[in-house]
Design a binder for this molecule. Structure first.
Ligand SMILES: Cc1cc2nc3c(=O)[nH]c(=O)nc-3n(C[C@H](O)[C@H](O)[C@H](O)COP(=O)(O)OP(=O)(O)OC[C@H]3O[C@@H](n4cnc5c(N)ncnc54)[C@H](O)[C@@H]3O)c2cc1C
Length: 578
């Protein structure tokens, strides 16, 4: 079946919905989502969205932009960071006006709390910058935006999983998707397509990410020749629930929670004397693993799966129930721990992709090191890299990235589609996607996808995790190459068409393996430590040689690496101390 819209948005998280809302004002717009829209992963976001409102203490957009640049270890494009910090204030008030129920100060203003790396006056002391709706901020954003999209006649295709993009040279003309309910292949012709498919934490063994976070958008584009930017930078959040990876929001530390090692020491005093437990995530994750390696974890056995304690008992039950109700439930349900009475066992968990589809500040996808863009192809949200997070994202800056750059992309699309012609139909548009499915379900036997998935996740966690070195990454690259080769023989035994989850997961597995290979190759190539990329063999940041963005091209015989400059127009790189 063939459909025609001026604008197609792939993904119904915060980025996709905000873009659809704006593009939908001036173009015939449809949103495709492989999960029911309001089950998108944005709904899991807990702690808050940052904006220098200054509601509870003095704050400025310039300080926010600086913190973002410093937090990203100076790999952030500074114009983009300034835009994000400046537009944050209007973005949060827009969400409020659209109905988002933020927590309030006694005077009735939007309340704000502390989060890691957010400071006043260029690093002097922590500042309250995170606006929040208890620990359900993402859920509230998603509900608010979805209601607005429905009100404004955006069309939704829920449970449609895209498999391919129609891309000729530098012009995008649509996508190909499978309808989960029927197994039918649909072609969506469009003047403009925006990818907002979210993150890809499922490539790691321990992750805070949902099962749906398989990087479909970046992988599909990479296979069609689009480069991916800064894929070596993957954030490990310091406080995942021990053994499970489920997130315990930084909001717990924002409300006063403290980390303790096996010797009952508040170890962050040794790593970040000013910001302590609210230092940026890369630093806190490394600190935890350094403590564990030194035998000061709770078990003290120096193993990677040892843990530390997050103590929130002194905060008081009333505050915990008012501001962290979901976290409390998670702890009780999964560990039998009541955080008002007992410290929470935590360890780092793979959380957020700083890298992704390269875009300019209007969401247009960038094709090369010179900054040339594709026509009619856009990206926003976690799958994109604009780049406001550089080598390490600050907490609460992702939800902000979604709404600021989702909105900007939607506005640009609205202008673009007014001038652009509808691309011509291609009779064989769906051929490649159909052939792939036919091959996977051809009735022959082959290796089971689950085995490959487990191997990928184990290797990526162990060898391309918080700490990295040449030997480990070289072996991860070799393992991902081998998995790609073995994937060619994978077959699905379920030949049914309706909700064939076996098939869908195998299609997602290909995306994860391709992205894992790109991540490992990009990481091995970068011979320095910066932000979340911490190399034991190159422990220092090296601005002379490595202050540049990676662009990785997936090619038939492997991954080709190129680089592009970083915008450092306002702040010169400085040592990153807190
Ligand atoms: C537990 C947790 C807590 C977090 N808390 C915070 C926080 O407090 N503050 C903050 O700033 N950030 C937070 N983050 C990060 C932030 O929530 C995410 O980065 C952000 O929500 C991603 O939004 P998105 O719109 O890019 O994608 P998502 O919300 O992940 O949506 C992706 C969409 O793409 C669709 N999709 C994917 N593949 C396909 C396909 N093949 N075909 C069709 N549709 C597809 C999905 O169905 C979905 O609709 C948190 C993350 C986690 C995991």
């Amino acid at each position: 079946m063939v459909h025609e819209f001026e604008t197609i948005v792939v993904g119904a998280g915060g980025a996709g919905l905000y873009a659809a809302l704006e593009a939908g004002k001036r173009s015939n717009t449809a949103v495709l989502s492989k999960v029911y829209a309001i089950r998108s992963h944005t709904g899991a976001a807990q702690g808050g969205i940052s904006a220098a409102l200054g509601n509870v203490e003095e704050d400025r957009a310039e300080w926010h932009a600086f913190d973002t640049v410093k937090g990203g270890d100076y790999l952030v494009d500074q114009q983009a960071a300034r835009i994000m910090a400046e537009e944050a204030i209007q973005a949060v008030y827009d969400l409020e006006n659209r109905g988002l129920p933020f927590n309030r100060t006694p005077e009735g203003r939007i309340d704000q709390r502390r989060f890691g790396g957010h400071t006043r006056n260029f690093g002097e002391a922590p500042v309250r910058r995170a606006c929040y709706a208890a620990d359900r901020t993402g859920h509230m954003i998603l509900q608010t935006l979805y209601q607005q999209c429905i009100k404004n006649d955006v069309t939704f295709y829920d449970e449609f999983q895209i498999l391919d993009v129609l891309l000729d040279d530098r012009r995008c003309s649509g996508v190909v998707a499978v309808e989960l309910k029927t197994g039918e292949i649909h072609t969506f012709k469009a003047k403009a397509v925006l990818f907002a498919t979210g993150g890809f934490g499922r490539m790691f063994q321990t992750t805070s990410n949902a099962y749906a976070n398989t990087g479909d958008g970046p992988a599909i584009l990479a296979r069609r020749g689009v480069p991916l930017e800064d894929m070596e930078f993957f954030q490990f959040h310091p406080t995942g629930i021990k053994d499970m990876g489920i997130l315990i929001s930084e909001a717990v530390r924002g409300e006063g929670g403290m980390l303790f090692n096996g010797d009952n020491q508040r170890f962050m005093e040794d790593y970040a004397p000013t910001l302590l437990d609210l230092a940026p995530r890369d630093m806190v994750s490394r600190a935890i693993l350094t403590e564990i390696k030194a035998g000061r974890g709770m078990r003290g056995d120096k193993e990677i799966d040892d843990y530390v304690l997050l103590d929130a008992t002194h905060i008081g039950r009333e505050t915990i129930m008012a501001k962290l109700p979901d976290i409390t439930e998670f702890c009780k349900t999964y560990m039998g721990v009541d955080p008002a009475e007992t410290p929470i066992p935590v360890q780092p968990t793979a959380h957020y992709a700083m890298g992704g589809i390269p875009t300019d500040i209007h969401g247009r996808v960038v094709a090369d090191s010179q900054g040339n863009c594709y026509d009619g192809l856009y990206a926003a949200g976690e799958c994109a890299c604009v780049s406001v997070h550089g080598a390490n994202r600050l907490g609460t800056n992702s939800l902000l990235d979604l709404v600021v750059f989702g909105r900007r992309a939607g506005i640009h699309i609205g202008d673009y589609v007014k001038e652009a012609d509808m691309p011509e139909s291609k009779p064989d548009a769906a051929k490649a996607a159909q052939q792939k499915i036919d091959c996977l379900t051809d009735g022959t036997t082959g290796p089971h996808g689950g085995q490959l998935r487990n191997e990928m996740r184990r290797v990526m966690m162990g060898k391309v995790g918080v700490y990295r070195n040449e030997t480990a990454m070289a072996s991860a690259v070799a393992a991902m190459r081998e998995l790609r080769a073995r994937y060619a023989d994978v077959r699905v035994q379920d030949s049914g068409r309706a909700f064939n989850t076996d098939l869908l997961e195998v299609l997602e597995l290909e995306n994860l393996i391709d992205l894992a290979l790109i991540t490992a190759v990009s990481a091995q190539a970068r011979k320095e430590s910066r932000g979340a990329h911490a190399r034991e063999d190159y422990p220092d940041r090296d601005d002379d040689n490595w202050l540049k963005h990676t662009l990785a091209y997936l090619e038939p015989d492997g991954v080709r690496i190129a680089y592009k400059p970083v915008d450092t127009s306002q702040w010169e790189p400085k040592p990153r101390v807190y």
